[in-house]
Design a protein around this ligand. Structure first.
Ligand code: NAD
Ligand code: LMR
Length: 329
């Protein structure tokens, strides 16, 4: 058995938390030989509910679960102590009729204290994945309060959008979802996000050749992916949970395992000016990693249509950043 990996999860008693923790504890992400220690963080009033989740974790008797520590949000440093990974899920989800950006003022305030506590208490090389919406700008707020943690270690989740886009393309082409590769999401986790079908492949063939219905690609495909979160809320009466948890686990695997040949993965990272995108915003881009350090995939060219879509999402991120300026550290 190797050294335990310590993973902190905020909002651990919420619906994503419930869909996430058992898979995390089971060894699915870090493997059967790597024990996992869970640091679970919740609001004080949700600690009883969290206690029930911990009982259920015990009752699964996972050989890979080395231990569980709980902390309430008045003691965030205890929650993040020595964490190798932090999944920031805790925050309020939107309701039908809202945009994720409507949550900026509601949830933004959570992420300053979160960033400071991660800075003070987490492991030296902690990696942070922000799921709580609006995740790109929440991640920016947290990162700005954690000067010790390298900027490369901060991610906001767009893996769910990547999965949604792959699934739509596979269904349209009548292939398995595993045949769709290299699908990147650009920009914000919002209705402006751009799922880049031009650089995606189906069994090695570029998508625009494999799917000849370009009107569908530029129209229904884009809007389905961009609006999928709202469609789930409308249908379920609650925001996506199992698919969001699955994407969070996917992101953990994406950043810790070498990216397979011909693949990329999507996450919002802090721009250093790649593709002319303004420095310092959390923008989703195509990434690859050797399991240790990641790089933005370079050299992708975009036609006018794609450029305009990406720019619109980047502009939205800049405007979100301006809205939360007083919350930045
Ligand atoms: P939920 O309401 O079921 O659970 C959220 C939990 O967070 C609650 O138990 C709450 O008590 C806790 N919480 C709130 N503030 C906290 C704080 N300061 N510290 C610790 N815990 C806190 O919501 P959910 O469905 O699990 O969704 C969580 C967030 O994830 C929402 O913001 C939602 O919009 C977002 N989300 C993002 C994506 C994505 O793709 N990025 C996908 C789905 C959901
Ligand atoms: C999603 O994409 O399902 C989540 O971000 C939840 C939401 O508010 O859309």
């Amino acid at each position: 058995m190797s050294k335990p990996v310590r993973v902190a999860v905020t909002g651990a008693a919420g619906q994503i938390g419930y869909a996430l923790l058992f898979r995390l504890a089971s060894g699915e992400v870090f493997g059967a030989d790597t024990p996992v220690h869970l640091n679970l963080v919740e609001l004080p009033h949700a600690m009883d509910a969290l206690g029930g989740v911990v009982m259920e974790l015990d009752d699964c008797a996972f050989p890979t679960l080395e231990g569980v520590t709980t902390a309430d949000s008045d003691h965030l440093e205890d929650g993040f102590r020595d964490a190798d990974f932090v999944l920031c899920v805790g925050s309020v989800p939107r309701k039908q009729g809202m945009e994720r950006a409507d949550l900026l003022k509601v949830n933004g305030g959570i992420f300053g204290p979160t960033g400071r506590a991660i800075d003070a208490a987490a492991a030296e090389n902690v990696k942070v994945i922000v799921v709580g919406n609006p995740c790109n700008t929440n991640c920016l707020i947290a990162m700005s309060h954690a000067p010790r943690v390298p900027r490369e270690n901060w991610f906001a989740m767009t893996r769910l959008d990547q999965n949604r886009a792959k699934s739509q393309l596979a269904q349209k082409a009548g292939v398995g979802v595993g045949d769709v590769k290299s699908l990147a999401i650009w920009g914000n986790h919002s209705p402006t996000m751009y799922p880049d079908f031009d650089h995606a492949t189906i069994n090695g063939t570029p998508v625009p050749q494999a799917i000849r219905d370009h009107e569908w690609l530029k129209g229904e495909f884009l809007t389905t992916v961009q609006q999928r979160g709202a469609a789930v809320i409308k249908a379920r009466g609650a925001s996506s949970a199992a698919s969001a948890a699955n994407a969070a686990l996917g992101t953990l695997m994406d950043i810790t395992r070498p990216t397979p040949e011909g693949e990329v993965f999507s996450a919002a990272i802090c721009s250093t000016g790649q593709y002319g995108i303004e420095e310092g915003i959390m923008c989703s881009m195509p990434l690859r990693t050797d399991g240790e350090t990641w790089q933005v995939v370079e050299g992708w060219e975009h036609d006018e249509f794609a450029q305009a879509k990406i720019q619109a999402s980047v502009d939205e991120l800049k405007s979100e950043r301006d809205t939360v300026r007083e919350m930045l550290g």
